[in-house]
Design a protein around this ligand. Structure first.
Ligand SMILES: Cc1cc2nc3c(=O)[nH]c(=O)nc-3n(C[C@H](O)[C@H](O)[C@H](O)COP(=O)(O)O)c2cc1C
Length: 292
């Protein structure tokens, strides 16, 4: 897990009381995820059991911070060594072991995100149609109205690449649990100022923690993704940015984009239910997504 090369540090420590501990720093190159990303893991073992663990990665340190990950991990190792020499019992009682990658999985097969702040608008109708089709084929679906939830925006702390979880524990925790289990993700969104509404963008950015978890800890199964979108103005160009955002979001999470329904000119049409064939088209996309 912590890199195949030589460790940055590997040291036996004879603590106060005579017990022997092993302190090590491993270095992992995570440039497969982000250019130049390095993650360091400081580990304290005794008798083959890990007693304390601390991680940091190079993306945590913004340009104006006079620190870097290697400096921090070496500083932490020195701090641990001093504490062990002085009072091993007190030190070990004070360290928290981070959770590593074993996360609860929901029981949802289709996660349907309704990203419009208008609960009773066209995206709400799309979400209902997708859920109805999932029920028809006996797939457990959950429709989530993002506007009903409390989700803090991502703060770019990159801690999720150390722990696999977000530093915020809010309504997003439950959505990530649902995403873990779902094999289909449906994004329903209106076009707002050429892109997705703010609430949906917050959800998308917070899925970064799932990206970290999936790539560094749990792997995650195969998923498919659909985009159902409406624009007030006429012309398919109105969806350029929404498609870009949603496709890059899904690609980042390894979700295969398998279909879309994009309806423009909705300021004139007003109600998607007046357009023939749309419900059937959405139903077909949901059905196909569950075929092998
Ligand atoms: C704040 C805001 C920004 C919008 N920006 C655009 C836009 O850039 N392009 C467009 O075609 N429609 C835009 N619309 C219109 C919505 O896409 C349209 O009303 C849509 O049908 C709403 O979907 P809903 O019924 O699911 O809420 C905007 C609407 C709002 C409220």
């Amino acid at each position: 897990m912590e890199g195949k090369g030589n460790p940055l540090l590997s040291k036996e420590i004879k603590a106060a009381g005579g017990k022997i501990y092993h302190l090590s720093i491993g270095e992992e190159d995570l440039s497969r995820l982000y250019p130049g990303m390095i993650r360091y893991t400081l580990r304290l073992d005794s008798g083959g059991i890990t007693l304390a663990l601390f991680r940091t990665n190079s993306y945590e340190y913004s340009p104006t911070v006079p620190l870097n990950a290697e400096k921090v991990i070496r500083g932490k190792a020195a701090e641990w060594e001093r504490a062990l020499m002085k009072d091993p019992g007190g030190f070990l009682a004070s360290v928290e072991m981070p959770r590593e990658g074993v996360s609860p999985v929901g029981d949802v097969e289709a996660l349907i995100i309704q990203g419009s702040p208008r609960a009773d608008g066209n995206c709400g109708i799309f979400a209902g149609w997708a859920a109805d089709e999932a029920a028809n084929i006996r797939k457990k679906a959950r429709v989530v109205y993002l506007d009903d939830l409390s989700i803090h925006p991502c703060i770019g702390c990159y801690q999720c690449y150390n722990t696999g979880t977000c530093t915020f524990d809010d309504d997003m925790t439950d959505l990530i649990r649902a995403l873990r289990s779902a094999s289909l993700l449906v994004i329903c969104t209106p076009v707002y100022t050429n892109t997705v509404p703010g609430g949906l963008k917050i959800f998308i950015d917070r899925c970064q923690a799932y990206h970290a978890e999936k790539n560094l800890f749990t792997g995650g199964g195969e998923k498919k993704g659909l985009l159902l979108s409406v624009a007030g103005r006429k012309g398919t160009a109105n969806f350029t940015c929404v498609k870009g955002v949603v496709i890059s979001f899904m690609r980042n999470l390894g979700i295969r984009y398998t279909g879309e329904v994009l309806l423009d000119g909705m300021d004139n049409v007003r109600d998607v239910r007046t357009l023939p064939g749309i419900q059937g088209k959405i139903g077909g996309l949901v059905r196909d997504a569950f075929k092998r």
